[in-house]
Write a protein that binds this ligand. Structure first.
Ligand SMILES: [Zn+2]
Length: 157
């Protein structure tokens, strides 16, 4: 599902304060750059601590990886071809022994202005692998939100 960055996020009962970030597809250009480490670390932390929301059955593959591997507009023509397609385009976040399937949930980040940023979990992969640079307002919200690592919790070393 493509949504322009900063547009109203439509998949909620009350979308007034929800804004879309990172809903990319291979048909639309996006802003490229190197996202700050702190933003990448925070997104990874949210995902690996299962604070993602709107989990659904089934996954969305990475269209950019699919285009690179199989070519644009490729459609698998057999069960085996489809399985191969899924194997090669389903994205996992792997970090320090943890593994998280991406493409089946969202990250919602509140900001002090009252705006809530709604991003697909694939935003992490898009930023790391495809140099997607999220809007500055989203980066600011991710950066300033208080988050703790597991090791910051009392009693956890
Ligand atoms: Zn990809």
């Amino acid at each position: 599902m493509y949504l322009p960055d900063l547009s109203v996020y439509p998949n909620a009962l009350d979308s007034a304060n929800l804004r879309a970030v990172g809903w990319l597809d291979s048909e639309h250009e996006f802003t490229r750059g190197i996202a700050p480490t702190r933003v990448i670390d925070a997104l990874r932390e949210i995902l690996l601590s299962n604070r993602d929301v709107n989990k659904m059955r089934g996954t969305h593959c990475c269209e950019f990886c699919a285009d690179t591997i199989f070519g644009k507009k490729y459609v698998p023509q057999s069960r085996e071809a489809f399985r191969d397609y899924l194997d090669k385009t389903t994205i996992y976040l792997e970090h320090e022994g943890k593994r998280k399937l991406l493409g089946m949930s969202e990250i919602w980040i509140p900001s002090p202005s009252g705006i809530i940023w709604a991003a697909p979990s694939l935003i992490y992969h898009y930023s790391v692998a495809h140099r997607y640079l999220p809007p500055q307002a989203f980066q600011d919200a991710v950066r300033v939100r208080p988050y703790k690592r597991e090791s910051d919790k009392i009693g956890v070393k």
